[in-house]
Design a protein around this ligand. Structure first.
Ligand SMILES: Cc1ncc(COP(=O)(O)O)c(C=O)c1O
Length: 418
């Protein structure tokens, strides 16, 4: 199946700032245990007088409206040309031969696990320090997740811990680029190759990041992206899997479309598939977002740099790991680490009282109630992950955050940790 790659133009809208008089954007990550929907611990919702600073917000504009309207007017709401264009533009952006768009990052992870043929009896090594979907996808196919602890600096899978977790039943690795910071892809790929394992990369938080000068998605193993509204770019709900081989792309397209074959027969199902389709309205939003992805990433980098300067002088607050030669982060969230003696949850309550949303990013997966109950996991099993979970705090972070808002956040943080 050959497809023409159309470029995407350089639409560079200036983002409206969420400053004076504008309503707070309600779009925030939904993860986060006992914390309220908008990132405020229950009971600490701010007084209405002061404008809340939300955790995240998409940057949508006239171009998104224009492309969505075109889809609506075309009547092709699903499996139409906007979907094809979005897949081609995304593949080009991440330098992958193919990209299959799906209805969410979770759906993409599930399909990647299925594509790798992982199933009952197979062990798959993954990180406990992630959003739960990166481990759940292993369970969906009946394979056995095996956690390996993370590196204390990068918070990504520690390749030594991965090697220590290998058994003769190990058949795969699901690596995550946590907080947009690339995982140790070369070492993980070496381990995978030496032991005949499938390598799947969950880059749901990392669109636009680079490892050794190459974009995530271009390394040949299946790489999954996600487009929930808290992500660098959004399609509303949505995700995608970048793959190198055309036959893998075709299988992903079939699996996401009820296992339909390419015969053109709508009611012929060659595989056990799913309805994981991304609709064309969402794809149109994604096309507009891809056009300005470079601008989005640049602005997020500027917001992160400003935070770095502001928190430099704060005792007990550590900024995220900076980039180095091999790792170029795509800024997804701004997560600080609080000193061990500080009570992170109390800091969150104090921030909430001052109108600042924050989140305990991220709880360790093996300590989630479902995982504890099903697998008997508990404290002390993955100490690096658990320590990061206990002391990390996500601050409001998005493309449109103003310098003034950031100062307010850091002032509030300074008071909260004093
Ligand atoms: C690391 C990681 N994996 C997977 C997902 C799942 O993506 P989605 O919410 O689109 O299903 C997310 C979402 O935040 C994520 O952060």
């Amino acid at each position: 199946m050959s497809r023409r790659v159309e470029g995407v133009g350089g639409n560079r809208e200036v983002p409206p700032r969420s400053g004076l008089g504008e309503k707070a954007d309600p779009s925030v990550p939904e993860e986060g245990g006992p914390w309220g929907k908008h990132g405020f611990p229950h009971g600490s919702e701010p007084e209405a007088k002061r404008r809340e600073i939300a955790l995240s917000a998409p940057w949508l504009g006239e171009r998104e409206e224009e492309l969505v309207l075109a889809v609506l007017r075309s009547g092709r709401l699903s499996l139409g040309p906007a979907l094809d264009r979005f897949e081609l533009a995304l593949a080009a952006r991440v330098a992958s031969p193919h990209a299959a768009a799906v209805s969410s990052g979770t759906a993409g992870l599930h399909l990647a696990v299925r594509l790798a043929g992982l199933g009952p009896g197979d062990e798959v090594i993954t990180t406990p320090f992630s959003f739960v979907a990166s481990a759940n996808c292993i369970l969906y196919e009946g394979a056995t997740p095996v956690f390996a602890d993370v590196d204390p600096q990068t918070l990504n899978l520690d390749p030594n811990a991965v090697e220590a977790a290998l058994t003769e039943r190990t058949k795969g690795i699901v690596a995550v680029d946590i907080f947009g910071y690339p995982a140790e892809l070369e070492e993980l790929a070496r381990i995978a190759e030496e032991h005949g394992l499938a390598l799947i990369e969950d880059a749901c938080q990392a669109l636009g990041a680079e490892y050794r000068g190459r974009p995530l998605g271009s390394f040949g193993h299946p790489t999954i992206f996600a487009f929930y509204p808290n992500k660098q770019m959004t399609t509303g709900e949505g995700g995608a899997v970048a793959v190198a081989a055309e036959e893998d792309w075709e299988l992903l397209k079939s699996l996401s479309n009820q296992g339909r074959t390419d015969s053109g027969e709508w009611l012929t199902h060659g595989h056990l598939g799913f309805n994981y389709r991304l609709d064309d309205i969402s794809a149109a939003v994604g096309l507009a977002q891809l056009e300005k992805l470079d601008a989005i990433l640049e602005l997020r980098g500027e917001v992160a740099a400003r935070y770095g300067e502001l928190i430099e002088s704060l005792d007990g607050v550590e900024a995220p790991l900076p980039d180095d030669e091999d790792h170029r982060r795509s800024w997804f969230v701004y997560v600080v680490r609080l000193a061990d003696e500080l009570d992170r949850n109390a800091v969150m309550v104090r921030l909430g009282e001052q109108g600042i949303a924050s989140k305990p990013y991220l709880p360790s997966i093996h300590l989630q109630p479902y995982w504890r109950e099903r697998f008997g996991t508990g404290e002390g099993m993955y100490p690096v992950s658990e320590s990061a979970s206990r002391h990390s705090l996500a601050l409001p972070f998005h493309t449109r955050l103003t310098a003034g808002e950031q100062e307010r956040v850091v002032d509030a943080l300074a008071r909260a940790v004093a």
